[in-house]
Design a protein around this ligand. Sequence first.
Ligand code: ZN
Length: 267
Amino acid sequence: MPVSRHTGTEARSTNAGRRRRILSESEALPCLRDVIARTRRLVFFGGAGVSTASGIPDFRSGNGLYRRETDGPDPEIILSKTFFYLHPEAFFDYYRSHLLFPDARPNAAHAWLYEMEKQDVLRGIVTQNIDGLHRKAGNRRVYEIHGSVHENACMDCGASYPMETILKSEGIPRCARCGGVIRPSVVLYGEAPDRYVCIGACREISGADTLIVAGTSLTVEPAASFLDYFGGKDLVVINRTPTPADRRAGLVIRGDVTRVLGALSEE
Ligand SMILES: [Zn+2]
């Protein structure tokens, strides 16, 4: 995968006596390579930017498919717990057409992370994405804090169903066994993430010596506060735009996570 043109250093500053580097993609590669080379316990914390190269729109960016398209309710309303219970049919219409991407495939970022897990360098992936692409890439230590479109269960008897069942259903998907409503195991607005997933994610972050935060603007709680558990040496941020974590990071890469990690794979 090509690396973007050298765009020059945007800024350099010091933070608490420590040199913080804000670099473009091409400038950053040698630094990032050094960080990875000394890492023994890497944890990756990712958001929507990890999946955009796989054709999955960014949830909250101006270009995202989730933005308001019609005079109907905002996506944040439709994808809320209250709306799901009050208007399940409208919820599923929206869910099927905007959140399911059956043809999406892992990209170079997912592939690099799989390699790192195989080498036992990567200890865990904490993701805000619900697309399941890290698991599809082969990673096993994945903490999907907002759930996954691939896990669906009958609300009455607990029978589990694949994404295809939801995709092929019309109206409200029903359990073949008991007729109950099949619900995706994704965290809706107004719902708390699974506490055991969160505990696992925070435990991985607290044990890491390097944490890469990528493809997320860190505006979503509780995910953003997970970073407070990191006490390791190297915090790396890879994102197109500034994030609240930048000031704590030793290395900030302004760019696309798929291009950056893809370039690492090529070496
Ligand atoms: Zn059932």
